[in-house]
Design a protein around this ligand. Sequence first.
Ligand code: AR6
Length: 169
Amino acid sequence: MTRITLVQGDITRQSVDAIVNAANSSLLGGGGVDGAIHRRGGPAILEECRKLRAGHYGKGLPTGQAVATTAGDLDARWVIHTVGPVHSTGEDRSELLASCYRESLRRADELGARTVAFPAVSTGIYGWPLDDGARIAVATVQEADTAVEEVRFVLFDERAYDAFARQLP
Ligand code: AR6
């Protein structure tokens, strides 16, 4: 059974096996969580991302998929980069958002990570409504077949924390 825990704070301050990054397909950095991870994690992360782009991920990482790199100077062994969908009112992209959580946990299992910290993927710059993002995140982790022992959702502010808390018993 995977334990789900909630923390309000900065995901780059967590001590876990793997920290999940809400990246974009370029894997070359951005704002929000992505910017914070690269800033605090240092250049080693970007260096590995560049290698991924030069190799298997020449066209970038597709939405809903996940890939791991070193965590550089972060207090973690790996960063798992996943690309959330941009929210759309015209199209239901929920399955892609669920896929981010599933694929990140699959990568975590491949690595042998036992503790994984997730941000609320897509709920910032990508515009996903927080309550729905929290619902999809929690339900997907609850249904996942994974050896990860703790999934820690790290929520930046009280509003996000409350949205996730409402999804848990
Ligand atoms: N720790 C925890 N949560 C955070 C932090 C932090 N340090 N910083 C922001 N959040 P976002 P997205 C929250 O925008 O919506 C980047 O430019 C934030 O309040 O980081 O998936 C990428 O390169 C929100 O609830 O990710 C992509 O281009 C959640 O984390 C794009 O943004 C996600 O917000 C991805 O957008």
